[in-house]
Design a protein around this ligand. Structure first.
Ligand code: 4HQ
Length: 262
């Protein structure tokens, strides 16, 4: 995977390339990562990259010529790379998009500043428009970092052993179960007994159950459009039965005592 970021603030990426998983992926030649300063492609004594909007109004717009020249220069070296513009108007980034982007040979991220880029760049130089969420950033740089981070960890050989990428097919698209490490008691709170049992089958069952219940309670939207396998169905049915028992115990109580609203 070749990442190239087009930006007027390439310095922002120096610490980003040089830490953690990204650095390891570069060192192991799983990815290449570089920035191109759009200003280097701007003409004139001041290498201006922005200009006033036609039609008036406040704010500035990224001029098309330096963007076009920098995209062309990178495309010439990497013709198979896809160009991605970071914009609130793009499709909203998620793990599924990360998986597709990870299959690409290379990605060229175009980071706008100010009010955004001249529309003619979007029309003719961009393959994909992506947003990292419905809020307003001051530039596309942070959004590009988010996407590069999520994509890099999906590239085969980047995460190894200790931090595996995507896990057993069943816990996919669920929230993570709770995690614990030493000490066994922290400020009066114990680690769940089952995790100390050494019974790996029970531990896996507990983890799946916790993933499911957390997803149901915190992010029910994630369960809506997702297939449910037999093991998960068994867990859901067990809860269903337990809840029904509580309701029935209530109903027989209120029936005996005939307490309305109880
Ligand atoms: N931008 N996801 C860059 C964003 C954004 C987002 C606003 C893009 C400002 C100049 N990018 N322009 N949300 O808010 O990707």
């Amino acid at each position: 995977m070749n990442f190239v970021v087009l930006t007027i603030f390439p310095e922002m990426f120096i610490p980003f390339w040089e830490h953690g998983i990204i650095k390891r992926a570069v060192d192991r030649s799983k990815i290449s990562a570089s920035t191109v300063n759009i200003r280097d492609f701007a003409e004139g004594r001041h290498h201006t990259t922005d200009d006033r909007p036609y039609g008036g109004g406040c704010g500035m717009v990224m001029k098309p010529e330096p963007l076009a020249a920098s995209i062309r220069a990178v495309k010439k070296k990497q013709p198979c790379s896809r160009t991605v513009l970071l914009t609130p108007q793009g499709r909203v980034f998620n793990q599924k998009i990360a998986r597709t982007l990870a299959l690409s040979e290379g990605l060229i991220f175009v980071c706008g500043r100010y009010e955004g880029v001249d529309e003619r760049i979007c029309d003719s130089f961009i393959d994909d428009e992506i947003s990292i969420g419905d809020y307003v950033l001051t530039g596309g740089e942070v959004a590009a970092m988010v996407i590069i981070d999520a994509v890099t960890r999906l590239i085969p050989g980047v995460l190894g052993g200790a931090d595996s990428a995507e896990k057993d097919s069943f816990s996919e698209d669920l929230l993570e179960h709770a995690h614990y490490t030493r000490p066994r008691t922290f400020e009066g709170t114990e680690v769940p007994e089952v995790l100390l049992s050494g019974n790996h089958k029970e531990i896996e069952k507990w983890r799946l159950e916790m993933s499911l219940i957390r997803t149901f309670l915190k992010r029910p939207d994630l369960l809506k459009n997702r297939p449910v396998n037999t093991q998960e169905m068994e867990i859901l049915e067990k809860w269903c039965l337990d809840i029904r028992k509580i309701i029935q115990a209530r109903q027989s109580l209120s029936g005996a005592d005939s307490l309305p609203g109880n």
